[in-house]
Design a protein around this ligand. Structure first.
Ligand code: SF4
Ligand code: MG
Length: 332
C-alpha cells in the first residue's frame, strides 16, 4: 500500500546574506492514511520549514526547492504551479498555525472567512448552503453558539475560540491531511488540552490524517503513533512513539526526553540540553549535533552520520546506545 503522503529527500534552501541556509536538508518520511505523525524538535530545527514546504508555502525567493519529491497519493507536488496548488490546499491538505490571530483576517467576520474557503473549493454550493456549512463546521469544532461566532470578528473571540475557528476553516473542505504547526503553543495549558482533545476527536470522527508539529514531547506522547525527530534541518530519529520513549536511539532524542518534567523530580533539577541550536547559515561540519552531544568522538566532527535502521527505527548517529561512551566535561 502506498502512503498518503510521501516526502523523499526534500531539500529547501534559503538564500540569505550570510549564505545559503539548508533549512530542510534531505528530509524523508511517509504519512499513512488515518495516522497521526508528529514532527518534534526545538525551534529552528526545520520542522515548520518542512511542513511549509509540503504545502508549497515556502516563499521563492528567498527560498528554493533544491531537490526531492512530495508525493500526495503518488502525485508529485513539487513541480506544480501556485495555481495548480489552489485545489490541493484546503481540499487535500490544510494547515493550522501557531497563532490564529496572525492567520485570521482581523477585518472580516469568522463566518465570511470560513465561508471563503468553501466558496473557492465548493462552487456547487449556494450562499445559503455555504452559511449552513459554516455553522456546521463551527459547531463541529465545539463552538457553542455558531451563529454568533460566525458574525464575530477575530478580536471578539478568546484565543481558544480563535484556534477552534481556525480549525473549522482548515476542515471546511474535509481535507485528507490536517497539518498543525504548534497549534497550541500560544494558548494557556487548559485550552491547550482542549484543542488537542478536539483534534483527537475530529480525527476519530472523520478519519482524517494528522501531521502535527510540536516542540513538546508530552504532546507527542498523547497524540501520535509515530514521531520524526528533527535537528538542524535533518531527521535524526524516526519511529514508533512507545519504543522511542522507552529507549531513544539518538542522543538528541535522549536529551529531549530528559528535559521532560517528571512527577518524582524537583523543578530545579529539570535538565536542559547544553548549548544552543546551531546557526543554520553556519552548521558545524560532521554531525550537526556534535557541539552539544555528550557522546561525541573525533569521527562526529568530521563525518555526517547517515540515517540507518536500528531496532525497527531510523537513526542518524555513528554509535548505537550500547556503543557510546559519555565524554568527560571539557574533553575533545
Ligand atoms: Fe553524538 Fe556523534 Fe551521534 Fe552526533 S554522531 S549524535 S555527535 S555520538
Ligand atoms: Mg516553528
Amino acid at each position: 500500500m502506498s502512503s498518503l503522503l510521501e516526502v523523499s529527500h526534500l531539500k529547501v534552501l534559503f538564500h540569505t546574506q550570510q549564505g545559503d541556509v539548508p533549512a530542510v536538508d534531505d528530509v524523508s518520511f511517509q504519512v499513512e492514511e488515518g495516522e497521526t505523525l508528529c514532527i518534534v524538535g526545538e525551534s529552528g530545527c526545520g520542522k515548520s520549514a518542512t511542513v511549509q514546504a509540503v504545502m508549497k508555502l515556502v516563499p521563492t525567493p528567498p527560498g528554493e526547492y533544491a531537490g526531492g519529491k512530495i508525493l500526495l497519493e503518488g502525485r508529485d507536488l513539487l513541480p506544480l504551479s501556485t495555481k495548480e496548488m489552489i485545489p490541493i490546499r484546503g481540499h487535500e491538505m490544510s494547515m493550522i498555525f501557531q497563532e490564529p490571530m496572525t492567520s485570521l483576517n482581523p477585518v472580516k467576520t469568522i463566518g465570511s472567512q470560513v465561508g471563503e474557503v468553501l466558496e473557492i473549493h465548493r462552487r456547487d454550493l449556494s450562499a445559503r448552503e455555504i452559511r449552513a456549512q459554516v455553522e456546521e463546521k463551527l459547531s463541529l469544532v465545539g463552538i457553542p453558539d455558531p451563529a454568533r461566532c460566525a458574525a464575530s470578528y477575530p478580536h471578539q473571540l478568546s484565543g481558544g475560540m480563535r484556534q477552534r475557528a481556525m480549525i473549522a476553516m482548515a476542515l471546511a473542505c474535509e481535507p485528507k491531511i490536517l497539518i498543525a504547526d504548534e497549534p497550541t503553543t500560544a494558548l494557556d495549558v487548559t485550552i491547550q488540552a482542549q484543542i488537542l482533545d478536539l483534534i483527537r476527536q475530529l480525527k476519530e470522527k472523520t478519519g482524517m490524517t494528522v501531521l502535527l508539529i510540536t516542540h513538546d514531547l508530552g504532546v507527542v506522547a498523547e497524540m501520535a503513533q509515530r514521531v520524526l525527530v528533527m535537528y538542524s534541518g535533518k531527521v535524526v530519529e524516526q519511529g514508533e512513539v512507545g519504543a522511542l520513549f522507552r529507549a531513544p536511539l539518538h542522543p538528541y532524542t535522549e536529551g529531549l526526553l530528559a528535559c521532560l518534567p517528571r512527577v518524582d523530580q524537583d523543578e530545579e533539577e529539570l535538565y536542559t540540553i547544553p548549548g544552543q541550536v546551531s546557526n543554520p547559515a553556519d552548521f558545524p561540519k560532521g554531525c550537526r549535533f556534535h557541539p552539544r552531544c555528550p557522546y561525541r568522538q573525533q569521527i562526529c566532527k568530521e563525518i555526517s552520520p547517515e540515517l540507518r535502521e536500528a531496532d525497527g527505527r531510523l537513526v542518524a548517529c555513528h554509535f548505537l546506545p550500547g556503543e557510546r561512551v559519555r565524554r568527560e566535561e571539557g574533553a575533545l
